[in-house]
Ligand binder design. Structure first.
Ligand code: PMP
Length: 436
């Protein structure tokens, strides 16, 4: 890792530590399909995909070609002042893929963070209310508004850099481990009731002043947590009743990863707004807020105008990405590979007692590592040991979750059968290494 080592030293001199949460001493230089190579030429199977970005794999020919063509023609000319077909086409495509038959529009920016910001701004403007209901253990971003709703960052630092009193944090109903002591797998209704009680209390406390409810249909960075089935539908009912804008935050869960275009489709819920980013650009930066035209149109000009909004090259990449997901049937592939990966872990659970909980929908997947299955005690050290062993064996995966003890498994949705089996082989070796 000679070249990596040199790059690391230079990064530490010129980039602030706040840009990073590093796991391995490695600089990445090249990617192709489900593989990446580090600066020293070592090859890895990518089960992280740059944080759930490469749903279609690295350098997909269709994405590369679309980018090349657009870049050669026009990099971008701001749509703040002129018209351009690129973002219009992408908006049309996104409107088609998202649930809801009402009039929809789409607004673009660059990151999940600013997508969340824009959605909350639109909801506050539309309702004339201030409060946002969101969830503990959620990650929504690092811009000002999105940071104010990101519970995973400590309250103290959040308050220091962006004090916002108009945010209410509720408990996200985690079936495996929750403060109510309910076994959510055994009794999803009881867990839903407990969580809904908090929602109703917050609505009553701020009656007439709740602008939006912001929720990840599965908490990603929080450790891949799937709420009990009835929860999202119940949220839809109360938000409708109270005139609260339902913002479905699909920055991590969307774009086919869950086995549907949008994870919320598993719950048959139609949100008012969907926020997408990460995988949307197929590797280029772009975010989108897609949903009710009346809400998005309520914001006066220029409140969603950024110089590079709807950037032509990012839009070209995004449109190609949507086509690849559709044409290569990647939602079905995510279903199939995800099911097998979860089954694989279930079989391994007999041999490896530290496998505490296996959570999966499509290729949204997390495996909780514990030191005691009965007590469900998080074992961050063991989770790190496994991911480190995997890295040494040429498989990239990291840990996440509130307690840092959940293995995050997010390969490209179109990973080949050969590489999938090779990855399982390496994973097996890593579990063996870690437990020996
Ligand atoms: N929302 C979710 C659910 C995310 O996982 C992330 C990124 N981890 C964000 C928002 C923020 O996206 P970005 O880093 O692109 O600003």
């Amino acid at each position: 890792i000679a070249r990596s080592g040199e790059i690391i030293e230079r990064e530490e001199r010129v980039l602030p530590k706040a840009v990073a949460i590093k796991y391995f001493p490695m600089a990445i230089e090249r990617g192709r399909g489900s593989l990446v190579w580090d600066a020293d030429g070592n090859r890895y199977i990518d089960f992280l995909t740059s944080a759930a970005v490469y749903n279609v794999g690295h350098g997909h020919p269709a994405v590369v070609e679309a980018v090349r063509e657009q870049v050669g023609k026009l990099q971008n000319y701001t749509i703040v002042y002129f018209y351009n077909d690129r973002p219009v086409r992408l908006a049309e495509r996104l409107i088609e893929t998202t649930p809801g038959t009402f009039a929809k529009k789409a607004a673009f920016a660059f990151s999940g963070s600013d997508g969340v910001d824009g959605a909350i701004r639109a909801a506050r403007s539309f309702t004339g209310r201030r409060q946002v209901l969101c969830f503990k253990n959620a990650y929504h971003g690092m811009t000002t508004i999105s940071l104010s709703v990101t519970a995973i960052v400590g309250r103290e630092i959040r308050e220091r850099v962006c004090p916002d009193r108009n945010v209410v944090f509720l408990e996200y109903p985690d079936p495996y481990r929750n403060s109510w002591g309910i076994d959510g797998y055994g009794d999803p209704e009881a867990l839903t009731e407990a969580a809904m009680k908090e929602v109703e209390e917050a609505l009553a406390r701020h009656r007439g002043d709740v602008a939006a409810l912001l929720i990840e249909p599965a908490q990603g960075d929080g450790g891949m947590i799937f709420p009990p089935r009835p929860f999202m539908r119940r949220l839809r009912e109360v938000t409708e009743r109270e005139g609260v804008v339902f913002i479905d935050e699909e920055v991590q869960t969307g774009m086919g990863r869950s086995g549907r275009w949008w994870a919320i489709e598993h719950d048959d819920v139609v949100p008012d707004l969907i926020v997408s980013a990460k995988a949307l650009g197929g590797g280029l930066p772009i975010s989108a807020i897609v949903g009710r035209a009346d809400i998005l149109d309520d914001l006066p000009s220029p409140l969603l105008a950024y110089t590079h909004t709807g950037h032509a090259v990012s839009c070209a990449a995004a449109e190609a990405t949507l086509s690849v997901i559709r044409d290569e049937k990647l939602t079905e592939k995510a279903e199939e590979k995800g099911r097998r990966l979860a089954d694989w872990f279930r079989r391994r659970a007999e041999r490896f007692p530290f496998i505490g909980d296996i959570r999966q929908r499509g290729l949204l997947m997390g495996v909780e590592i514990v030191s005691d299955r009965e007590k469900k005690s998080p074992d961050k050290a063991m989770a790190l040991k496994i991911s480190w062993a995997a890295w040494e064996r040429g498989l990239l995966l990291i840990t996440f979750g509130r307690d840092g003890n959940v293995l995050r498994l997010a390969p490209p949705l179109n990973i080949s059968e050969e590489l999938f089996l090779e990855a399982l082989d390496r994973l097996e070796g890593a579990l063996d290494d870690a437990s020996s």
